[in-house]
Design a protein around this ligand. Sequence first.
Ligand SMILES: [Ca+2]
Ligand SMILES: [Ca+2]
Ligand SMILES: [Ca+2]
Ligand SMILES: [Ca+2]
Ligand SMILES: [Zn+2]
Ligand SMILES: [Zn+2]
Length: 274
Amino acid sequence: MHSTLVIGILAAAVAAPLANNTSGPYTDTKGNVWNTLPALSDYATAEEFDALYASEVFTTKDGNRFQIDRPWTAAEASQYSVIDNFLGWSRQGSGNGLRATVNCTHPVDEEYRAKFSSIPPLRTYVIALVELADDALFANWGINFVPRKGYRWDSNDSGDIVQLLDEAYREGGGLNGQDMMIAFSADSTPGGAIGVGYIGLPRQLTKWYQSQSAQAAICQHEAGHNYTLQHCCDNNCIMQSFLDLGAFGNFHNYNENCSGQNHWSTMNNQRNRY
Ligand SMILES: [Ca+2]
Ligand SMILES: [Ca+2]
Ligand SMILES: [Ca+2]
Ligand SMILES: [Ca+2]
Ligand SMILES: [Zn+2]
Ligand SMILES: [Zn+2]
């Protein structure tokens, strides 16, 4: 089968009223209520933050569940900026003869659009980013993300990352008849989170962060959440609570304690979800 990748010209947002505009306050699994999400910058060390929140699942007022994908510490930033230059990205494989095409819509906010001189290079960048993100999904489980539509969306500059996710969904016209929303934002986000994806829903948002390959890794991690994965403690798995570029493309394949999941087999079971 052969098909041409087409992503539409960024259309103006459709003024269609959609639900899901009630991100917070958030509750955690212990029943605590959070008016603002905990931020790495409020803690002395990443270890302290991770011990409290790496495996926590938060719930919006709508009942949508998510986890906090924290930004890098300064030490991690220097470590991973070195790794970034040496990664091989092409893992496209056979998909084991299976195909699960996931057509995608891509709301892009004004700060992200401003990184580019015009729409064509933005479009090329987003398509390449999403195509990197799905390589391991396709090779292992036949999940093929296909960028189909782009949308202009203007992000509220004071929104937290979950509010950005919901705003992108609302102002980007929801799923636009596609299977999944993969949104992009370069807004300054209180708390510094780098991405978010609802657990078990086809909605995710990747922040402008570090490099195109780093953003592809964020997008892949959020896709894991969309396919019901939760954070793990395997230091070679992309589903850790912070971005590990060395783990790009890897999903652990055994029953792991922090997540309570086998990420590889969960993905395998969920491959036709969307
Ligand atoms: Ca690909
Ligand atoms: Ca693809
Ligand atoms: Ca904005
Ligand atoms: Ca807006
Ligand atoms: Zn996460
Ligand atoms: Zn894992």
